[in-house]
Every structure is written in C-alpha cells, then in structure tokens.
Design a protein around this ligand. Structure first.
Ligand code: MG
Ligand code: MG
Length: 264
C-alpha cells in the first residue's frame, strides 16, 4: 500500500533530510586514509541525536549502527568497525534520519585520492544514473521509466545492475511501497502520482550484477569482488515536477577530494 504524503508531511521529510545532509557533511570532513569506519558512525550518530533526530538504521531489524558503510566490493549494508580506510578505497556511506515522525534516506560513495580512473568513472556514471532516474520521477510517468533510465544508461558501459536490492517509498516507515528497481521496462509499473515520496538508489557494479550475502546476515558484496557504487536521494513527486528532498551539498562542500564538479 502506498502512503501518499501531504504538503505538511513533505515539509517534515525535508527537515529530516536537512539534518541527514548535515550528518553526511560531518562524516565527509573525516574521510581520509587511516580513519576507522566506526569513527564515522559515531560522528553521524552523535550529530543526529544532538539535533533531536534518531538514526533510522540503528536497530532496524537488528542493524547495529547509524551508518551502513560499504567499502570497495561491498555493495550495501556493511557494518562500521575497526577497518581503516586506505588510499585506494571507495566507501559508500548510507544514512537515514527519523525526525518529527518521518524518515529520510540518502547515500554517497566517496573515492579516496588513490582510486583509479576506471573506478572514478564507475562512480561518476552511477551518480549520473541517479540524476537520470530523478528526471523520470514525475507525475504521470511510471516506476519503470525510472528503472529503465538507470539501467539503459549504465549497461552501455558493461556494468552490472544489482537486482536483489531496490529503492523504496519513504515516510513514516523507512521502507514503504512502491519498490523502485534499478532495472525495468519503460511505461511499466506503478503510476507516479503527486504525494509519492521515495528513495531512488542505483547500486551499480563494475563487473557482474550478481551479489552474495556475507555470513553476518547483512553485508552484501559483489560475487566477483569487483567494486560497486551506490548513490541515493529521497525525492517527492509534486503537481509540478519533482523535489529532491535529501542533499549531498554538505558532502561536496566538506570532502577534501573534489572529484566531481556538480552537486545537488
Ligand atoms: Mg539508504
Ligand atoms: Mg534506501
């Protein structure tokens, strides 16, 4: 069942998303070789709680942390821990905030400065596919238009589109209907209607689309251990267009490695 949001609900999600964006910005300041991923989690968790929110992921179905931290071949749902970042890593930071009764959800994959050009290309193109998906997220279109736009763009580079994990409605619950797959057919699926709020989150692999789950019951990695990229925004479908409720602005202001020019 899809929960349609009022203008007031959307405003609250936007406020949740502002806090989320700033929590991401605090994390961005610290991303460099040698930092432990558990330190990033602690900073985000404290920032959110200090500002009156709560981290959406913590204790969600037993997930132990405020951030999902997924390095290199990890696609999503990695645990923060003792691992120290290396110069050649990419790191996906996924975070959610619950504030005033509503969740927001966004993710960003950072390259460290020693990352090769082919991995930078994977990140830039995955980011671009998120933008292409957002362009399709307008009233009258269907979910499949978003899915198709993402899949068609990234597959031309030989990348794999993860099937097992998808975007989702966002609201009073972290995961609501409808599902927003990153693969699909134009013109198919649920019709997009004003008041829908959902996360679009391409998870794109350098190699095979196939993934496996680690024994911890959470961590998802690529089957061939090639790197994977993940970018996510929560968006609202309005009468006249689309509003991106989450922001990567604070990430791109605060991260020392200016690997791309555009920001949203
Ligand atoms: Mg997320
Ligand atoms: Mg999500």
């Amino acid at each position: 069942m899809i929960h349609y949001k009022t203008a007031d609900d959307i405003q609250k999600i936007k406020e949740s998303a502002q806090m989320l964006g700033q929590a991401h910005g605090e994390v961005a300041k610290l991303i460099k070789p040698g930092i432990k991923t558990e330190t990033l989690d602690k900073v985000a968790d404290e920032y959110i709680r200090d500002h009156g929110g709560s981290p959406s992921f913590k204790n969600y179905n037993g997930f132990p942390a405020a951030l999902c931290i997924s390095v290199n071949e990890t696609v999503v749902h990695g645990f923060p821990g003792k691992y120290e970042l290396k110069e050649t890593d990419i790191i996906s930071v996924d975070c959610g905030v619950f504030y005033q009764g509503f969740h927001s959800d966004s993710a960003y994959t950072y390259p460290l400065e020693g990352v090769s050009q082919d991995v930078l290309d994977l990140l830039e193109r995955t980011y671009h596919s998120l933008d292409l998906g957002i362009e399709q997220a307008k009233a009258g279109n269907r979910v499949g238009d978003i899915s198709f736009a993402i899949q068609q763009y990234v597959e031309q580079f030989g990348y794999g589109v993860v099937r097992e994990l998808v975007g989702h409605g966002v609201g009073m619950n972290l995961h609501e209907d409808p599902e927003i797959p990153n693969y699909g057919k134009r013109g198919k699926g649920v019709k997009l209607t004003p008041g829908m709020v959902f996360a679009i989150e391409p998870m794109i692999n350098m190699g095979t689309k196939n993934v496996v789950q680690e024994r911890d019951g959470w961590t998802i990695r690529t089957a061939d251990r090639k790197p994977s990229a993940h970018f996510e925004h929560t968006v609202a479908v309005l009468e006249n267009g689309t509003e991106v409720l989450t922001t990567h602005k604070y990430i791109e202001e605060n991260y020392s490695y200016k690997w791309r020019n555009k920001s949203r």
